[in-house]
Design a protein around this ligand. Structure first.
Ligand code: GDP
Ligand code: IMO
Ligand code: MG
Length: 423
């Protein structure tokens, strides 16, 4: 049986959580493959709004097993809080939520290193969520990390101590001085590790291999977005993992040939939280309206998201890098009432018109070239079929399909599970 992927095509927060929740009824296993609690995936159903950070977005469905894959980094303290929030739902967590032994742990000192690094960068800061993501992946690739499976070994606390001591020396090295009480943080950390250890740890690549052999269907849930990819994103203003399709292979141990559908998800406009270039960013009433109507505040940090017009140069790039087979357009409802809609179809770059994403997309290098379309006035949030769509919305969708050469199969018209229209 094949594995399908669901990936964000922009700078994150496209609505991945919502769509994974909608699609889970079709799958046996939902697996996160990268990122960590820098993610905030929002689900809404039955009047409840839920934000998940590390736990896959299929957790509320009876039928599916949820797996935290080897490519994910786990902060036991945040994980414990997520589990606490789930208690009232009476889910069978022990059998429904599995953790890869090869996933790396975020230590309290990783978070402190993140804070010291960002504070030292001043204006050049990445705008990190400060969850310790960068330092944890650095220890992973530096071959110093501590993995979930290590906590099952008797000597893991010695390994922890040696690494934490090294981190403390590194924290001192930064120009910016940060205050912290490591003893207190460690008490919380070790208590949370004990809670984590009550869950089921597995050799997840073997589990997934057997699952595929026995015909089980698997959906891999991406975190962040393609433009935050460590290789293909707007470096250095990116996260520290491969958020693109290939990340699912390394983050789960799934062979490339096993991947079938690649669902690419994007907002009908664009947002970014944190620093870094954003060619179509708006500083006017249109941008302000997107932020206000779209409730564009980070699900993890609460920071306001920067807003702008849809950028097809960037989106085309993401479609190519990921091999997207089906598109899903989110938050079309937010654009209701806009008199006009602009879509960036090319950039002016060094005096030339280009339609691919160049190495450098800072404002001084690229100027967006826009097509303009008429907006729609109708409220989309109560609509439940394509037949009810206003002509201008159909025109917008068809224009995007033509430009991107991939069909848009789902149009989301509100945050709730039910506000999802299949085309
Ligand atoms: P994720 O990180 O990709 O899972 O996305 P987030 O949950 O961080 O951000 C998406 C936000 O938009 C959440 O608050 C969702 O509840 C909300 N949302 C998702 N789809 C829609 C939609 O079609 N319309 C509106 N208005 N909100 C949506
Ligand atoms: P989801 O999965 C949006 C951004 C941060 C920052 C940069 C690096 O909810 O879409 P990091 O904490 O990884 O060091 O931050 O990446 N970022 C996200 N932006 N959605 C996310 O996740 C993000 N995860 C990280 O704002 O600019
Ligand atoms: Mg999010």
């Amino acid at each position: 049986m094949a594995v399908d992927l669901l990936l964000g095509l922009q700078w994150g927060d496209e609505g991945k959580g919502k769509i994974v929740d909608v699609l889970t009824q079709n799958y046996d296993i939902i697996a996160r493959f990268q990122g960590g609690p820098n993610a905030g995936h929002t689900l809404e159903f039955d009047g409840i709004k839920h934000v998940l950070h590390t736990i896959p977005s299929g957790i509320f469905h009876e039928n599916a097993v949820n797996l935290v894959g080897n490519g994910v980094v786990i902060d036991p303290v945040i994980f414990k809080k997520e589990l606490d929030n789930l208690k009232k739902f009476d889910l069978d967590i022990k059998s429904k939520l599995l953790i890869s032994r090869k996933a790396h742990l975020i230590l309290p000192t990783h978070r402190l290193l993140d804070a010291a690094s960002e504070a030292s960068k001043g204006k050049a800061k990445i705008g990190s969520t400060l969850k310790g993501i960068g330092p944890t992946y650095m220890d992973k690739t530096g071959r110093n990390g501590i993995r979930v499976g290590d906590t099952e070994l008797s000597n893991w606390k010695e390994k922890y101590r040696a690494l934490a001591n090294k981190h403390e020396a590194m924290i001192d090295f930064y120009a910016a001085k940060i205050e912290y009480d490591l003893k207190e943080l460690e008490t919380e950390f070790f208590a949370a590790v004990e809670v984590l250890k009550e869950l089921t740890f597995i050799d997840s690549e073997e589990y997934l291999h057997q699952a595929q052999k026995s015909g089980k269907s698997i959906l891999a849930e991406g975190a962040q977005g393609s433009l935050l990819d460590i290789d293909f994103g707007t470096y250095p203003y990116v996260t520290s993992s491969n958020t693109t399709a290939a990340g699912a292979c390394t983050g789960l141990g799934v062979a490339p040939g096993k991947i079938k559908e690649v669902f690419g998800i994007f907002k009908a406009y664009a947002t970014r939280v944190g620093s870094g270039p954003f060619p179509t960013e708006l500083f006017d009433n249109y941008g302000e309206t997107m932020g206000r109507v779209g409730n564009e505040f980070g699900a993890t940090t609460g920071r306001p998201r920067r807003c702008g017009w849809l950028d097809l140069v960037a989106l085309r790039y993401a479609v190519q890098v990921n091999g997207v087979t089906q598109l899903m357009m989110m938050k079309g409802d937010v654009l209701s009432g806009f008199d006009k809609l602009k879509i960036c179809t090319a950039y002016e770059y060094k005096g030339k018109k280009i339609s691919h994403l160049p190495y450098n997309i800072e404002a001084e290098n690229v100027k967006p070239i826009y097509s303009e379309m008429k907006g729609w006035r109708e409220d989309l949030t109560k609509m439940n079929s394509v037949e009810q769509f206003p002509t201008e919305l159909n025109d917008y969708i068809e224009f995007l399909e033509k430009e991107l050469e991939v069909p848009i199969k789902i149009v989301s018209v509100g945050p709730d599970r039910t506000q999802t229209i299949h085309r």
